[in-house]
Design a protein around this ligand. Structure first.
Ligand code: ADP
Length: 162
């Protein structure tokens, strides 16, 4: 059976934790569409076009992966793509509390909606885009937090050498 999974998120920017989830999903799903949300809960550092471009660079060697942006409701985008499976990463119980609320809401809006949660390798459980941005803004080494292809983009935002 061919199942498309939609991996939605802000990806501001993509981290090594996101990439770990994407790689794991490649072992399960025939196609993964990484869907970059236009609307973000916090103001984004990178524009929507930049977040998509960076993700494309970071996933260029993964043939099952596509990157797209979407505006509006995730469920409307999923219907348009004829996909009913969403993918999210879970790092800790604190992620779960938020995720369950959103998932139940999405199922109300789209009864066929299914969600698959994946756990990253434990070495990525502390990583978030916010943490990577904070470390970069203070001139720290982000090489374990974000993929190599992403590092020049983050450096250019903060004008730091590392
Ligand atoms: P959002 O703003 O929608 O939470 P993010 O870009 O922060 O978007 O995250 C997208 C998804 O990736 C979420 O399911 C989030 O829990 C998951 N995620 C974020 N960081 C990691 C990580 N280090 N390991 C595994 N999953 C992660």
């Amino acid at each position: 059976m061919k199942t498309i999974a939609i991996y939605p998120g802000t990806f501001d920017p993509v981290t090594t934790g996101h990439l770990d989830i994407i790689r794991r999903a490649c072992e399960i799903f025939s196609r993964i569409i990484v869907a970059v949300a236009d609307s973000t809960p916090k103001p984004a550092l990178f524009s929507l076009a930049e977040r998509v471009e960076i993700l494309k660079l970071a996933t260029h060697n993964l043939s099952r992966v596509e990157v797209e942006s979407f505006t509006g409701l995730l469920v409307d985008y999923m219907r348009k793509r004829q996909a009913h499976v969403a993918l999210r990463g879970l790092r800790a119980i604190s992620d779960f509390e938020y995720e369950i609320q959103i998932a139940q809401m999405n199922r109300k809006l789209y009864p066929e909606f299914e969600i698959v949660y994946m756990m990253p390798d434990e070495k990525y459980t502390y990583i978030s885009s916010s943490l990577a941005k904070e470390v970069a803004s203070l001139g720290g080494d982000v090489s374990s937090l974000i993929p190599e292809e992403v590092q020049p983009f983050l450096r250019s935002k903060f004008n730091t050498g590392k």
